[in-house]
Design a protein. Structure first.
Length: 157
């Protein structure tokens, strides 16, 4: 939660597009770390950012019982999650990819996650991008977040 709050303050400086939902109901196959790597491999960014994505991030599994606390969400459904954060805390970047268990509406969860995270960002709602595709939900707080969302949707089959 401390990291998320610190990141939220940094994100206030970023001007990003508002969130939109994936509406085509397609799925993205693969394990979460692999999907996240494919997003990073295909996102349309400059060479310096590509280098940062390859060497400047730590991606970790988030234990299912800890996801709600990690994201500051009180009512968290059963899910698997991985999160990427920079090795250096000075860089405003945070990505979390979650696979929601059956029985949970990913679109409804996406909306509640967006509300929770944007409240934590205190007025920087435009800096938060939350997307869903099939049973996956992607949270991005980074410069050019829309490009990460585009890469996410491009993986849908």
């Amino acid at each position: 939660m401390k990291r998320l709050a610190a990141l939220a303050l940094l994100v206030l400086l970023l001007m990003l597009s508002a969130c939109t939902a994936g509406e085509n109901g397609q799925t993205i196959a693969g394990e979460l770390p692999e999907i996240l790597d494919r997003i990073y491999d295909t996102v349309d960014v400059d060479d310096a950012t590509r280098g940062f994505l390859k060497t400047g991030l730590v991606t970790t599994d988030v234990a299912s019982q800890s996801i709600g606390d990690y994201l500051g969400l009180a009512d968290m459904p059963e899910a698997q999650a991985v999160a990427s954060e920079p090795v250096s805390e000075e860089i405003p970047f945070f990505v979390c990819l979650m696979r929601i268990s059956g029985g949970t509406n990913p679109e409804r969860f996406r909306k509640s996650l967006y509300q929770a995270v944007s409240l934590a960002c205190a007025g920087a709602q435009e800096a938060v991008r939350v997307e869903s595709e099939g049973d996956l939900v992607l949270l991005v707080m980074a410069e050019n977040a829309d490009k990460y969302a585009q890469a996410f949707f491009a993986l849908a089959e």
